[in-house]
Design a protein around this ligand. Structure first.
Ligand SMILES: C[S@@+](CC[C@H](N)C(=O)[O-])C[C@H]1O[C@@H](n2cnc3c(N)ncnc32)[C@H](O)[C@@H]1O
Length: 251
C-alpha cells in the first residue's frame, strides 16, 4: 500500500522540544503577524558554512532579522527568498540592510542599529540616519504606524552568540556594501502552515528553530512543503546548534 504523503529521509539529529506547554502557548501567541522578532540571531552563523552546502542553490529561509538569509547568500546561494509570520521581520531586515549599505564602518552600523533598537521614535532615528531614502515608501508608512505600537526588539538573547558572530557580520556587511541590487529576494508574509501555495520551488528551506516549538510535526510540515520542494530538496531546522535535515525523496 503506497505510503500517504511525500517520502523523505531525515538525518539522525533529534529535536528536543525545548518549550513546555505554557511557554509554547505563550510563545506561539507571542509570534503573531505584527509581533517582535530577533534583530540579531541567536544562532551560530559560522556553523552554516561548515555544515550546510548551499552553493548555487535556491533557498527559502525564515526571515527574523535577516541574518540567516544573508548568511546563505554569503555562502553562495543562487538566490534567497524569505518568509515569516510577522511583517516586522521584513522591516527589521530592510532597516539592517539599508544601514549596512549606508555606513562603511561596521561599528557605525552596530551603533545605529542599537540606537534604532532602543529609540523611542524610530522614524526620527531613520530621518537622522539618512537611511530614510533607502527604505521603500511602504516601509516608511510601516515605520510611521509602528511607533504607535511601541515596537521593541530583543538584542539577540543577551550577547551570545552575537559576539561570536561579529566576524561573520563583518563579512555580510562587506557583501551588502558591494551589492547594487537588493541582496534578498521576495519577502513572503505567511505562517509556515500556509507555505504550500507559494508557487516556486526551492532546493533548501530553512526553518530556524521553529521545530523546537513543541508539537512540531515533521510529516505535516513535509506535506505542506512538498509542493515547493524538488525531489532531493531539503528542509532544515536548527536545534541546540545542530541542523536537522529532512530530504524529500518523492511526492
Ligand atoms: C524561530 S524565531 C527564533 C529566533 C531565531 N532563532 C533567530 O535567531 O532569529 C525566528 C522567527 O520565526 C518566526 N516564526 C515563528 N514561528 C513561525 C511560523 N509558524 N511561521 C512563520 N514564521 C514563524 C518568528 O516570527 C521569528 O521572526
Amino acid at each position: 500500500m503506497k505510503q500517504k504523503g511525500p517520502a523523505f529521509r531525515r538525518n539522525n539529529i533529534q529535536f528536543k522540544a525545548l518549550f513546555n506547554k505554557s511557554f509554547k502557548t505563550r510563545l506561539v501567541k507571542d509570534m503573531g503577524p505584527f509581533m517582535t522578532t530577533w534583530t540579531w540571531t541567536n544562532e551560530p552563523l559560522e556553523k552554516f558554512a561548515a555544515d550546510l552546502d548551499v552553493r548555487g542553490k535556491s533557498v527559502l529561509s525564515i526571515c527574523a532579522g535577516g541574518d540567516m538569509a544573508l548568511t546563505f547568500l554569503l555562502n553562495g546561494a543562487k538566490f534567497v527568498d524569505v518568509f515569516d509570520k510577522t511583517i516586522k521581520a521584513r522591516f527589521d531586515t530592510e532597516i539592517k540592510i539599508a544601514t549596512m549599505r549606508q555606513y562603511k564602518k561596521f561599528d557605525t552600523v552596530l551603533r545605529k542599529m542599537a540606537a534604532f533598537d532602543s529609540a523611542a521614535k524610530k522614524v526620527d532615528i531613520l530621518k537622522k540616519n539618512r537611511v530614510w531614502n533607502k527604505i521603500s515608501p511602504q516601509m516608511r508608512a510601516l515605520a510611521e504606524t509602528w511607533d504607535s505600537a511601541g515596537y521593541n526588539t530583543p538584542f539577540g538573547n543577551g550577547r551570545r552568540p552575537f559576539d561570536e558572530n561579529i566576524a561573520h557580520y563583518k563579512k555580510i556587511h562587506k557583501l551588502v556594501q558591494g551589492m547594487s541590487a537588493p541582496p534578498l529576494g521576495e519577502f513572503i508574509w505567511r505562517d509556515l502552515a500556509g507555505m504550500s501555495g507559494v508557487g516556486k520551488k526551492y532546493d533548501v528551506i530553512y526553518l530556524s528553530n521553529i521545530p523546537e516549538y513543541g508539537g512540531f510535526d515533521w510529516n505535516a510540515v513535509m506535506e505542506t512543503l512538498s509542493p515547493i520542494l524538488p525531489d532531493g530538496g531539503q528542509v532544515i531546522g536548527m536545534s541546540g546548534n545542530k541542523f536537522h535535515i529532512a530530504t524529500k525523496i518523492r511526492d
